[in-house]
Design a protein around this ligand. Structure first.
Ligand code: ARG
Length: 571
């Protein structure tokens, strides 16, 4: 963020002049906004190195740290307080007004990044467990694009495992499949609802009916060997599923460049074994083939990766390794990012180690897994339907739509399902992402859908209101000034927001963005209740306020785009 860099640069120069180690330069937003805007706590770290009192060091720094842009003060026992001058504040606001990137430090040399998120399984309905990967992955993708990277998103469908054999075995009992087996009659009319019923039943049956399970395994093997009949049934199931999955994701504003799946990487599996064998990385263990990935300095157990089962099948890890090889060959990415829940940390760690050992991709290829925590219900246990079943995504969307519609009726006296869905989905997304991704959180529909507090609807409501003011205002002369406390607070929240976008990129979490979007919206709300805007008599003041609002409008619009929230016309 430009402003922060400028102040840090000044600190850096001061340290150099004083002979202080520059790696100890630190700068943060003020813990006490009534005293200053930024603070540096460097004197405490320096005190240890220089064996001197922090207050003395802080005073030395303050004396040297001269700038026309800010005022410096020392506060016991050694804080360096920095407050921006009015002229500088105005300049920053001006800069915000002309920057399409909210003064973030976008990437001069864009990277190519593949983001693997969503990860739904064919023939299984999307449920609440798929929510976070879709929401977070979509936003992280948008942040990376915003920062200037070339991003390719891939849903990586689970479309090649036993669930496919189970679904086909279940289908054989419920449908006449002569079209496939005997090449006669019509293609059966299979719907997603059929698949949603057939797969869970088949899966449950396979747990008690050994013969059925063997039968399904047999189909899976045939399919994996591209048996013509089973492959064509599979293709149709996949098509039906992909349509349904796309339509569910579109309700969440989530989309992908690639709808590839585990099946697509199968052509790369032989090559993976060739590479692993050539480098003597494979060992035999009880009939299976494994790769040892433990390192001397591991402080937790790191089991070997099974790349081929004793029955000869490739496994989940094998598919992911083959997919990395495929991605490297097709797209030559600088980085591949994955987001799944934290139960898959070990899996990705193992997969990445195999790739590094085998030199799949060049040595600079960065493989990153960013895990997330569990979505819990108000009872603190994983989120379920009322009767304890798995909550499907469409049911959840229905619930937040219902809750938002109730709020709309309360506020406007009118029900509007379409608008309610837009607001409800935003509530769900914002409520999710405001939590740092690794944290478990409680999905409290009532709280998420409130029009007040740190919620999606509150952000949308603020933006809708700003849009309406600016629309009513019509043409006005742009005039930037930061003279009063409220405008200054708005500007500081804009600076914070800019920093949080950069942090969001690094941390692969939107929690800071959500927090500072809330701060910005609530500072706007203070302005709105304290100042006359449209009815302002002083024309200069009116222009200043409208110009400020226009910058806030731009910032909140960018944020809604990053969080993939639809902006309603009215609320
Ligand atoms: N389909 C997997 C699941 O349901 C998630 C896939 C995650 N991505 C990956 N490349 N393994 O658990």
């Amino acid at each position: 963020m430009q402003v922060i860099e400028e102040i840090k640069q000044k600190l850096q120069e001061t340290f150099e002049k004083l002979g202080y180690p520059t790696e100890l330069v630190s700068l943060s937003f003020s813990d006490r906004p009534e005293l200053c805007d930024f603070q540096s706590n460097s004197a405490f770290a320096l005190a240890k190195v220089l064996k001197n009192a922090p207050i003395k060091i802080a005073e030395n720094i303050a004396q040297e740290l001269k700038s026309d842009n800010f005022k410096v003060e020392v506060c016991a026992p050694g804080f360096i307080n920095i407050s921006l001058n009015e002229g500088y504040l105005t300049k920053i606001l001006n800069d915000f007004a002309t920057s399409e990137k909210l003064l973030t430090k976008t990437h001069k040399q864009p990277k190519t990044i593949i983001i693997d998120y969503g990860g739904p399984n064919v023939a299984k309905p999307l449920h609440v467990g798929h929510l976070r990967s879709a929401i977070l992955g979509e936003t992280v993708k948008r942040i990376a694009k915003f920062m200037g990277d070339n991003v390719i998103s891939d849903v990586h469908l689970g479309d090649w495992g036993l669930q496919m054999g189970l679904t086909i075995a279940g289908l054989e009992e419920k449908f006449d499949l002569s079209y496939y087996f005997k090449n006669e009659g019509k293609k059966p009319d299979i719907t997603m609802e059929d698949l949603n019923r057939i797969y869970p039943a088949a899966s449950a049956r396979s747990k008690t009916d050994e013969e059925f399970k063997k039968y399904a395994q047999n189909i899976t093997t045939k399919l994996q060997n591209k048996d013509k009949i089973y492959y064509s049934i599979w293709q149709d199931i996949r098509k039906i599923s992909v349509e349904a999955i796309k339509s569910e994701y579109s309700k969440l504003n989530v989309s992908f460049d690639l709808f590839n799946g585990e099946s697509d990487s199968q052509d790369y599996v032989p090559k993976v074994f060739e590479i692993l064998n050539k480098q003597n990385l494979i060992e035999k263990s009880e009939g299976a083939e494994i790769v040892n990935v433990a390192r001397e300095d591991d402080n937790a157990p790191m089991p070997p990766v099974i790349v081929r089962s004793s029955a000869g099948a490739g496994l989940y890890a094998t598919t992911d390794i083959a997919t990395i090889l495929e991605r490297v060959e097709k797209y030559n990415p600088d980085e591949i990012w994955y987001t799944t829940d934290n139960r898959q940390c070990m899996h990705f760690n193992q997969v990445f180690r195999v790739c590094k050992l085998a030199h799949i991709g060049n040595d600079n290829l960065k493989l990153v897994h960013f895990p997330f925590g569990t979505v819990n219900g108000i009872d603190g246990k994983p989120f379920k339907t009322r009767d304890g079943g798995t909550m499907h995504l469409c049911q959840l969307i229905e619930l937040v739509t219902e809750a938002s519609d109730k709020k709309l009726v309360e506020n406007t006296g009118k029900s509007d399902r379409q608008l309610a869905q837009m607001i409800g989905v935003s509530a769900l997304k914002f409520g999710d992402m405001i939590n740092f991704r690794t944290k478990d959180y409680v999905l409290d529909i009532e709280k998420f859908c409130s029009f007040d507090g740190k919620t999606g609807p509150y952000i949308l409501y603020s933006l809708v209101r700003i849009n309406s003011i600016l629309q009513k205002a019509g043409e006005f002369e742009r005039k930037y000034a930061v003279k009063d406390e409220i405008s200054k607070n708005i500007l500081l929240s804009l600076i914070k927001l800019s920093v949080e976008i950069e942090n969001g990129y690094e941390d692969k979490s939107a929690s800071g963005i959500c927090q500072s979007a809330y701060n910005l919206a609530s500072n706007f709300s203070t302005l709105y209740s304290n100042e006359k805007i449209l009815s302002q008599k002083d024309i200069d003041r009116k222009n200043e306020l409208l110009s400020l609002l226009e910058v806030v409008q731009k910032a909140l619009t960018i944020i809604c785009n990053l969080l993939a929230l639809d902006i309603p016309e009215k609320m």
